[in-house]
Every structure is written in structure tokens, then in C-alpha cells.
Design a protein around this ligand. Structure first.
Ligand SMILES: O=C(O)CCC(=O)C(=O)O
Ligand SMILES: [Fe+2]
Length: 345
């Protein structure tokens, strides 16, 4: 555990390890950083870049590499993992005030770290309605969005949620990413912005049985992501078909919550949603991300949240980069755009 990390170990999960932290040895960090500093902008040829990154990341110490691979491939591994002591760019331009991307980056170490880790979990993917279909997302506070339930926010607590996608099939939790990778380029001014992760195993164990039963019933409609509602639907809620919040195997449950509001179909279901958010707070692991740290997030095993912090819009605000990762692009091919086989409608 580092000085920048403070995770609450939930009493309810004594038998399950739902958080893990690993750090690169200094020599490994420096060797990887020297290689990454040579790389061109990976967005120019993403398949060539991720191939090269796979070669570089394959040289990680075997134990550390296996831990990341196990994180991606197994049902019983933690839902969140912090990787520390990663290489960083020697020079970092201002945090873009428009939410990015930055036009001033001279090296692509951060992008290499993000895509290298992502490639160990699956395939980076984009969606036209989120960050214009880019594969590397910048997560930056944006002045007009400070109170929103989106990644532009800062002054409002970003509720426990999954990253979901509006989808004409009426389900928003099917074609969405299996994993997110969040990598820190610059912390917020006060260093207090926290990312939380609540594992559905811990949540289920901590919930009253009747509440869990309600949450496992199809009594909820997810609202489409804030970016979709804002940019495509003219501010109107666009709801999914009724779904449960928690579903699947009792020991390996899957959870899906929309940040931008969930419509409950009954009064009991509404109360269960409030209890769910409260329980998430009590069982959550918490990390204040620092440069050189990346958080691997399983977007099905658990839900994540972000604390409030103060943005100044002065070029020195908090700056994360994020990928959306699918284990396979095959079963989401019904959404593919003609322009790019990794980018969906
Ligand atoms: O800013 C954070 O720590 C997390 C934001 C978030 O929920 C996301 O980028 O999906
Ligand atoms: Fe999110």
C-alpha cells in the first residue's frame, strides 16, 4: 500500500480479495519508459502500435504480467487493480481546458502505458457518442459540465455507475466495455479527487436479502449516458428496457448502474436503489490516482464512482486518460461503423 492509497477493506468480504495493487520495479519502469518514449502517436496506426506495445509489455516480470492477465481472463479475480510506478512523459503540456485531446504532447508514454495495459486485457474500442469515437479518452474537468453526472464533472459526486452505452437493442449493458483502464497524467490541485470501486460480490454480501432480491428483479430502466442524452437526444432521458441491477451467478454476479439516472418501476425498487448507492460507499475501495498509476477496472464485476474536487480551468487540472476495452470485438460487430472496425455507433 502506498501513501497515496487508502482502501477500505470491507468486513463483508473477508474471504474474497477484491482489490489488488502491484508496482513495477524501478529498473523495469525505466527500461519500459525509454522504449515508450520512442513511440509515435499510437492513434496513427492503432493495430501496429498495440502490436508493438504487446512486445514491450511482454517483458514485464512474469508474476506481474500474469497478475494483469489473470485480472482480464478469470471470473474469480479482483474487479479492480492498481498498477503503480509506471513510466510517465518527461514533459507534460497543459491539461486541455476543452476536455481534450491535447495537441501539445511531444511524447506518447502515457498513451503507450494506457494502450499497453489495455492490450493485456482485450481490445480498445470507441463509440461515436463518447469522445467522438476516440480510443484514448481524456478525462478532464470541463467548466460547463462541473455539476454533471459525466466524466466532465468535478463539483458533484459522480455516483456509483458502470460505463454503459446507448444501444438500439434496448439494453445498455451488453455492448458496453468489459474493462476500463484509467491512467493518471496529472492529479487535481488539492490531490483529493478519489476514484471508488465497489465489487458486486461485496455489495451483494452487504445488502439485506430482500433488497438484493429486488435489485435482482427487472424493475429498473437505465438512462443513456449523459454524453448521449446531451449530444443526441436533446436533453431528454432515453431509457433502456426494464433490467435488474444485479444479475447472474450468486458467487460471480454482474452489476450495471447508469450514472445519469436509473428509473425504478416501483416504490420498493426506488428505495432499493438508494440502499444500493449507500452500500456501495461502505464497501468501496478508494484510490487517489497519481501520475504513474493506472487503475484496471472490470466494468461487469463492480461499479465505480468519483469524489468531488475543485477544478480551476488553468491548464493544471486533473487529467486522466481512459480506454474502453472489450475482450472480443466479435459479438459487438452489429454496432460497428464503416469508417473504423474498432469504433461503434
Ligand atoms: O474520474 C474518475 O476517477 C472516474 C471517472 C469515470 O467514471 C470514468 O472515467 O468512467
Ligand atoms: Fe465511469
Amino acid at each position: 500500500m502506498t501513501a497515496t492509497t487508502d482502501h477500505t477493506v470491507p468486513a463483508a468480504s473477508a474471504g474474497t480479495e477484491t482489490f489488488r495493487e502491484t508496482a513495477l520495479p524501478d529498473a523495469v519502469r525505466d527500461a519500459l519508459g525509454a522504449q515508450l518514449a520512442q513511440l509515435p502517436d499510437p492513434n496513427a496506426d492503432i493495430d501496429r502500435s498495440t502490436t508493438r506495445l504487446l512486445q514491450l509489455f511482454a517483458a514485464l516480470p512474469t508474476g506481474l504480467l500474469q497478475e494483469i492477465l489473470d485480472f482480464g481472463r478469470h471470473i474469480d479475480t479482483p474487479g479492480v487493480s492498481l498498477v503503480s510506478n509506471l513510466p510517465v512523459d518527461a514533459e507534460l503540456p497543459d491539461t486541455p481546458s476543452d476536455g481534450g485531446p491535447s495537441s501539445g504532447k511531444k511524447t506518447f508514454v502515457a498513451e503507450g502505458v494506457l494502450l499497453g495495459l489495455s492490450g493485456l486485457l482485450g481490445e480498445p474500442m470507441g463509440v461515436l457518442t463518447e469522445k467522438a469515437g476516440q480510443l484514448v479518452h481524456d478525462v478532464i474537468p470541463v467548466e460547463g459540465g462541473s455539476m454533471t453526472q459525466t466524466n466532465q464533472g468535478s463539483e458533484a459526486f459522480l455516483n456509483f455507475h458502470s460505463d454503459i452505452m446507448h444501444d438500439v437493442i434496448g439494453r445498455y449493458d451488453v455492448s458496453n466495455p468489459d474493462f476500463l483502464v484509467l491512467s493518471c497524467l496529472r492529479p487535481d490541485h488539492e490531490g483529493i479527487a478519489s476514484t471508488f470501486y465497489a465489487d458486486a460480490r461485496d455489495i451483494s454480501a452487504a445488502l439485506p436479502v430482500e433488497t438484493l432480491e429486488l435489485l435482482r428483479s427487472p424493475l429498473f430502466r437505465l438512462n443513456a449516458p449523459g454524453s448521449y442524452v446531451r449530444d443526441v437526444a436533446g436533453g431528454q432521458d432515453v431509457l433502456s428496457e426494464p433490467v435488474p441491477m444485479i444479475n447472474g451467478h450468486d458467487d460471480y454476479p454482474e452489476i450495471a448502474i447508469s450514472a445519469n439516472g436509473v428509473h425504478a418501476l416501483t416504490g420498493g425498487a426506488r428505495k432499493a436503489l438508494d440502499t444500493l448507492q449507500e452500500v456501495c460507499r461502505t464497501v468501496a475501495h478508494r484510490v487517489e490516482l497519481r501520475p504513474g498509476q493506472a487503475l484496471l477496472i472490470n466494468n461487469r464485476k463492480g461499479v465505480h464512482a468519483r469524489s468531488t474536487f475543485t477544478a480551476r480551468y488553468d491548464g493544471r487540472d486533473r487529467w486522466l486518460q481512459r480506454t474502453y476495452v472489450r475482450r472480443s470485438l466479435w459479438n459487438v460487430r452489429y454496432r460497428v461503423t464503416e469508417e473504423n472496425r474498432r469504433v461503434h455507433h
